[in-house]
Design a protein around this ligand. Sequence first.
Ligand code: FAD
Length: 513
Amino acid sequence: MSKKSPEYLKDDIAIEIFMKAVEQTPIAISITDKQANILYINAAFTDVTGYLEAEILGENESKLSDKCTPTEIYQNLWQTILSKQIWCGHLVNRSKQGERYLAELTIAPMLDKQGKITHFIGMHRDVTSTHQSEQKLSNQKKLIESVINASPVAMVVFDSAYQIILDNQMYHTLISEFSHDEPALFFVHALQQEFGDLWANSNLHLRGFRNHEIRVEGLGQRGTRWFSCSGNWFSEDTTCADSFFFKQSKNYLLLSICDVTFQRQQQEKLQLQTLQNMMAEEEHIRSIRETLLGAMHQMRLPLNQVNAAVQIMAQRNDSQNLHLKTLLTQVQHMGEEALNTLQRCVPEIPESAVMPVNLNQLLHQVIRLFSTKFLANGIVVDWLPNSILPSILGSDNKLRMLFKQLIDNAVEAMNRASSKERVIKIGTSVDNDWVYVTIADTGSGIPIHQRSKVFEPFFTTQAAGGFQSGMGLVMAREIVNQHDGMIEIDANYTNGCCFNLRFPVCPKKTSTG
Ligand code: FAD
């Protein structure tokens, strides 16, 4: 084009067009001599600076200087242009009206045929408002960042592939406390488990979720921790050039993780006190039940014999012992009546509502309830909970009674065997929609031939005179059955006795239900 242009345009026409272009271009243009004395300005220069041609021609460009631009900038400007390079930068200028403005300036040296500088051409525009908007944006960003960083809540932003793209100071504290590499992913995984199908549901994405509590066991040296999680999904328009006309958006999840351990610990303390009272009451009811059921069992044996004798006499049609038969029949009726009366006196185990129960929480409670007893008996508890445990559906009252019974048995067995190593291992795990609980002691153990009988009523491994009624494991199995679970004695455990229990995981919430 440049080679061909002289053929298309005559020199004077070309110069005229170039002059008009420079004149009308919306950027302030000035041409100076080598000392920056102004020789030419275009109309936009007057618009930006306020100076008319007559007022500025012959003046030095320094007339525009506000004098608050650091000297080093001017030194750099001059060094650059004198070495025949183009200089681009920002200067603070002052208009004819005395107003400061930020000039985005480009200065290019103009060279003659020998390559010597003859003039300089300066092009600048007022970028004060752009700078103000950028500064406002940057200030807002800093403000938001400092608010987010000062927040006592850990915050993480995930992209749609669960890559962390933003986090705050509190999240870094959480990383250092967590043994897991990326705690946020750990929480997302736990939440996905809890929400089930609902996690991918657009309704949840619209509404988000608030204060969903996750209990984490054995975190560093700090034991059980509670975190309240909230989630918000949002989308952002992409900034790539091809989405200028046709908007494209990306989805993100803001996850807030608030440590509520202190509040929960306080709550647990209060709860523990209430539970201690409640359990003392339950214990009382249970002992009355067992005493009455035991008495009924003892009465049933001679009564069965009386029944048998009456039947034999009836079959023989024995007329000689008519009086005896009448007497035995009376004893039979009185016995049955006494049994019915006792049956009516057997107190019911109080029912509690069926709800999602976290067995880690429940077992931890029971362990704490037993703490004095463990201490008094020199027993060490090895608490090995699964770090995250899904809830099971059940009655916390009954489950508490179940675990209390198994631990009571374990303490009793270790005392009986005078075990040197006095350890109760209590662990939880999860696998294939089942929550597993293991309670193992270092006591006397249960001989293999008695293992199938221990769940039968009034069976006890203790020598005569022991205080146990033999109803504890019957009740334990009944409670496990009521929860659709399983209880069995671990055949491979040789260090004492080990009970393995399992319960179905609470059905996950579904998008339809
Ligand atoms: P000055 O004493 O003029 O200069 C400050 C420093 O610049 C000195 O310490 C010196 O090292 C260096 N310097 C100045 N003149 C020369 C020179 N001729 N040779 C070598 N070094 C030199 N300034 C603005 O503030 N706003 C503008 O919009 C602007 N536009 C310009 C456009 C063009 C085309 C050119 C060539 C310069 C422009 N300048 C502009 C720079 C201006 O000429 C002044 O250098 C600057 O304003 C500082 O002025 P001063 O009086 O504070 O200091």
